[in-house]
Structures are given as structure tokens and as C-alpha cells.
Design a protein around this ligand. Sequence first.
Ligand SMILES: *Cc1c(COP(=O)(O)O)cnc(C)c1O
Length: 842
Amino acid sequence: MTLAAYTPRSLPESLGGLFTLALDLRWTWHHGSDELWRVLDEETWESTRNAWLVLNSVSGDRLEELAEDPSFQLRYREQIAAHQAFAQANTWYSDNCPGDLGAGIAYFCMEYGLSESLPLYSGGLGVLAGDYLKAASDLGVPVTAVGLLFQQGYFRQAISNEGEQLEFYPYNDPTMLPVSPLRDADGQWVRVVVPFPGRHVRLRAWKAQVGRCELLLLDSNDPRNEPGDRGITSELYTGDPEKRLQQEMVLGIGGWRLLAQLGIQPALCHLNEGHCALALIERAFSWQDLHTTDFKTARTATRATNLFTTHTSVASGFDHFSHTLLRLYLTPWLETRELTVDGLMKLGLPGTVCGFKTDDASLNMAYLALNMSGRVNGVSRIHQKVSQAIFQPFFPRWPADDIPAESVTNGVHTPSWDSPDSDAIWTRACGKDRWRRPLQNSCPMSAVSDAELWEMRRLQRKRLVHYLRRRLASQHCEQNPGQDYGAACGLLLDNETLTLGFARRFTEYKRPDLLLKDQQRLLGLLASRDRPLQIVLAGKAHPYDQPGKDIIRRWKAFSRRPDVEGKVVFIEDYDLGVASQLIQGVDVWLNCPRHPWEACGTSGMKVLVNGGLNLSQYDGWWAEAWTPDVGWAIRSGATFEELANSNDHDLSDAEELFDLLEREVIPAFYNVDEQGIPRQWVEKIRASMDHLTATYSANRMVREYVERFYLPMALQGEQRDPSTAADIVSEHGEITRCWPRLRFSAVNVIESDGSQTYTVELYLDGISEQRITVELVSEASGHGPRTVTEMTMQHPLAGSAHSYLYECIVPSRPQGHYTPRIRVRDERLNLPLENPAVLWLK
Ligand SMILES: *Cc1c(COP(=O)(O)O)cnc(C)c1O
């Protein structure tokens, strides 16, 4: 890479603003400037959707020519004006809570899926982070995101004739990506240094503009680094723990240092998954330096404004690193600090663990994040329960319902996923600006007729079939013809046939092979003459996931059977570009993970805006969204408790899936009236669009983060000044020391008229009664729901120091249903997260 590559090429003066337009990824969802890029270089634009690449590949002569072209000039000036208006416009945030988040949110994530032209993601987590950032821009929420600039990213996929997944790692030349070097106020390229064993790793900083937000990216490919270090940010999710730790150091330590170097002091730090947990340690260090305190105080002060979002459904899914690896890599960083490697490892363990054997101990990054955060959330209501179970060891003796994992259900960035046809319909129903503000549930499709909705669906399906044929052609159908050349090229796909889509990571728990469990039945559906089905599949298996790869091979073999060929197609190299085409065109989106292992799932949300319908396992978001009028659910009403430990529902789920297809989905699709419209189907489309699109949008998700988390957390954070934080540390240290001596000394119940008066006597040792809460807890039963009733202090007990009488009145329940407990009370803290001490009456 040369410096020249970063000296903006000279543009004709009258087109100077093209730089700004080309580097703002807003073009991934706001299509106003598409025409400009198409005119500049149609081939590059259509094949890469990378406006920056278009601008860099167009010839100087062509630019001069266009600068003189009045119609191009007009279009250009319109777009520049629109971009300026966009930058200055009021937003939801500026209207509702201007400035309340101070310097804003620092958002950390290992991957970002913003566009297929910026391949820094592997799947759901990254796409979610990308959609979050786009919605934050729409709403004007001040977010600075931090990530890594991978030179190769996740692998690219092809499938061999034998159905074998082939993996490629093409190099992404950063000068061709829609990012620019991050420069400081003096115009110097910003660089960050992270201590590694025996050396320093230098990181170069880049910036991707995402509308109003910035994504800052680090990469280690600096020629001054050791050759091995230059590759730290080459690939995403390799199986090598050492490389993984190196990446997490770069992201967490380097990422926080980058912000500090830029003078950004975020009001809050939001971790999207635990990979970036080291950022929270580095954040505490820099707070410690600023206020000259000890580490404990710094941790207490900063954690109030750390939010940790987990997306994992099994504890073993979290990253963990061995003590040996940590000692090797983190010692240079911790050398000048009072925190040792062992001390860091303890931060990833439950507070009650006093000693641990370093040989077999490992640091779990999610647990570290939990112990460094002020709030924690899962990404759907079921996932909240799953997370509560995972974090149970950190909250000994706490019932699952009280474990402080909250939930914010994910959402998708609607304007990134709508089709031109659905965009037109929504604009008519709800206006042009609809996605920039809180989406109204009250903007129904009532102004749009059945005929128009159905026409939209037909156009989208036709466009999908066209796209599939193009893709299949580029997948070399000519060289890979199977039995029937035309079938391999997608010529048998039909514009009017019910089209089922399944695309996601090919891994066992997602059960991409559920339909293959009964091949005879599937053959019957595909072969039907008057009510046929066609299926489009896509997805990658992780390079080390052999069972996932086997499923791809089985689908490939099935799709090449002479009686199937052409009706089931597999599109290679699933990415954002493929996803956006599939979700616009399919009639039914299938998702069938093993309950409850899908934390949320987002691909099904992407079809909502386009009138696609969901047929999905009752899991993740669909368990919240599903009602019979909006789509179909497999094993509806299933509960987490019922299925958590059972993998043996595969066959019965497959059976239910086929039943739904045969009895409900296919008949409803083909049951058309004399005008050729399937009324029942269109009614479902209307209900799904009306009821679900706004709710499962990133717009709603980001507002929820702001209102329920960022704003109250920022307020709490402001109160944790150095002296308050030091007080909290010493007071709670004392509470923890005294806690083992707390005890209940007597309990009494008096029954009268259907209510019970409970009194308890407590001995509080040295703990102030201001610092405890006494509660009477009754779990849900035939006698009613779970209740937690606070008991009030009546008076100290005469004749015995530190002893008090508490009382409350509750509706009568049988003996043994109510149990008193003592917990810590402190309005300054989030409890029980920050102090899980609890004492139950035995
Ligand atoms: C939306 C999306 C995902 C996530 O889909 P899930 O249903 O959550 O598995 C993964 N990859 C791509 C390319 C996507 O667009």
C-alpha cells in the first residue's frame, strides 16, 4: 500500500463531494445515490456494490466527461444537498434527549456486517452489530463503534461437484474497502500500540462512516510489526486460541486506547458479546490513572456504565483462555499494574471462589464481562432465561428469576432489507420518513389492496428467480450439470411456485437437515403437479464443523437426484448480498433450530417488511412474535424448561413441519379466488407486516437500549465519582466480611381473614439495617404467581445489639410457601449483580 493510495485522487472540482458520498456507507440502505454509481461504472457497481471502489476505478477521462454532463451534475448536486440535509436534520435523539448521553456510547464487537463490500463478519452477530449501528444513525444516537479490519475476514465458500465445501480466503486490500485511514487533528494517521510479550504490536486505525455514526477499525498489518503479528487481524474466527487471544487483546486493549488517544471519553461502554471484555479492564485502568485510585475503586466506578449483551446459549460457547496463554500474553500489559494475571482470572470467577488451581483454570471472557458490567442482557425472552441459568453459579442461592440477566429482543434495520417493491408500498402506507422515527404500529397496510400486496409478492419472487439463475450460472452450472443442464442453471425454477427459503450457518443445532429427515414426504411436495414447492438454500459450515459440512453434502446430493433437480437449489457463499436477495423474494422463510438453542435469530425478521411469512421453531424471537394469524410455529408453546435437556424431539419436529406444510402452508398459498389472489395468504401477509415489522426492527431495539439502559446507566455512572466509588468498595467489603454472621433468630405467622402476618427477628452483626432489605418470597404454585414482598422494620429488639424486628402482611398460602430472605440494599448499585450476598431462612 502506498501513501499515494490515500492521497485523494484528484476529482474534478465540481464533483469533489463524491468522496464524502462514496465513503458514507449510508448507500447500503439509502438508495438515493445508486444511480450516480451506476452511471460512473455500472459493471463495478453491479458486481461489488462498493461505491468507493467505483469511484477509485473510474477513469479520469470519464470523470471529466461527467463533470461536464448537465444531467449528471444535476443528479450529483441533488445528492450532495440531500446528504447535507441529512447531516443537519433533527433526529429522534436530538428531539427527545439531546446531550443526555454526553460523549456517547462506545460499542465493541468482534465483527460488523454492514455490507457485502466490507466483509468483516461471519454471521448473525456481525449483521446484528451492523444493523444496530445503522439504526443508531437513523435515530441520531451518538455511538462510536470499535472493531477490527480483517484482511481476509471469514472464509468464502464454493461447493465442489461432490458436495464438498471449499474454503477461500481472498485478500481484501484496505484501499479498495469503503474505509479511510483515521487521521488525528494534525492529519497524522492514528496508530495505537499494545504490549505483547517481548515486543509492541502497532495497530493502524481506520474509519468507516455509517451515516451519523463512525466505526473505528484496527489492523495489525503494519510493516514494522513482526511478520507473525502482521497477520493477527487477517482472519475471523480461526480455531486457534492463541490467535483469538491476540485478536481480543487488539480489539479490547487497543480499542479502548484508540478512544483515549482520540480524546473520546464515552459515557457508556456497550459490549456486544464477550470477545471484547478486555476493553473493560483497560477502561478501568485509564480511569485509575485519571483519578489515581486503586483498581477495585476504578472497577466499581466504571462498571456502572458497562453494558454486556450476550448472544450465547450454551456456557461452552463462550471464549475461554488457559492460564498459561494468559500469563504469556497478558504479563507485559499488567506488569505496571496492581492487577495480576491471577487477579484477572479471579475476575472471571464467581465471587465466592477463594482459591483456584491455576493449572486447570481458564478465563471465560463472558464471565469476565459479567463481573465488570453494571447491567447484562440476553437477546430474547427465552434467551434471558437461558442466560439466567448460565450465570447461576455467580449468584449462589438466588432463584433463577432473580438472576440479573435482562432481555432486549434483537431487531433488523428495516431500510437495509426492504425491496424496491415493498419500499414503494410502505411509502404509500406510511410516508417516506417512516424508518427514521419510532415506527408506528398504527400505520397499517389498510390503504393497500390485496391485489397490490399480491402483485408485490409476485414481482419480488420473479426478481428472486432471475437472481438465482444468474448466481447458478456464475456457480458454473455449465461445468457442473448433473443430469440436466437446464435444471442446474435454474431454468426449472418457476416464477409462480411457492418458494421456501432456508439460509443460515450450517451447524447441527440449527437443523438445516430437518426436511431431509423424511425424504419421501419431501419428494412428494416437490413433485406435486398442481401445488408444487421449490426450495432455495444457502449457508456456510464453519471450517471445523464436520457435521455441518456433511449436511451441505447431503442436501447437494439430494438436489441432484433426477426427480428433484432444478427444484432445490443451493446458492454458494451466503453473505449479506445473497441474504438480501433471498429474504426479498421467498414466500416462506424456514427456521428450525433445536429449542432453546437459538438465542434470538434475526433472518426471519428480514422477510417481514417484504411480506414474506415465517415458518419457524417456537424459539428465540418467534416465540414472542408468533400468533396463528401471522405465520406458523413448530412446537408452539414449548418451554425452555421442558426442552433444555432433550435432543430427541428432532423427528417429531420434522413431522410437525411436514404436517404444517401439507395441511396449512401449501393449501393456503394455492387457494386462489377468481381474481387469482390467495386471500387467506394475503391476509397473513398483511397481519405479519402490520403487527411485526416495527416491533422486530433495530429502530425499536436501539430505542430500547437507550431508554431502558443507556440513559439510566449514564445517570448512575455520573454518581460514581472517585470518593463515592471508594466508599462503596469499603462499605461492601465490610458487608461481605460480616455477612456470614447474619442470622434469623425467630419467625412468627399470625393468620387472620385470609391473610398472614409474618414477623421475623434478625441479628445483623455490624451491618447497618439501612444496608439490607428483608423480603418474603413465595414461588409460583397453584396458590398464585411468584411474589416477593418487602418486610418493614418495626423496631430494634430491646436488650440485644444489632437485632431488629421486621413484619409484612401477605395473602394466605399454606405453610412453607413463604420464605424470608435478607439481601443487600444499596440504591447506588445494581443488585444482586454487584453484591450477590443473600441469606435465606433455612
Ligand atoms: C441475518 C443474517 C444472519 C443471521 O441469521 P440467523 O437467522 O440469526 O441465523 C447470518 N448471516 C447473514 C449473511 C445474515 O444476513
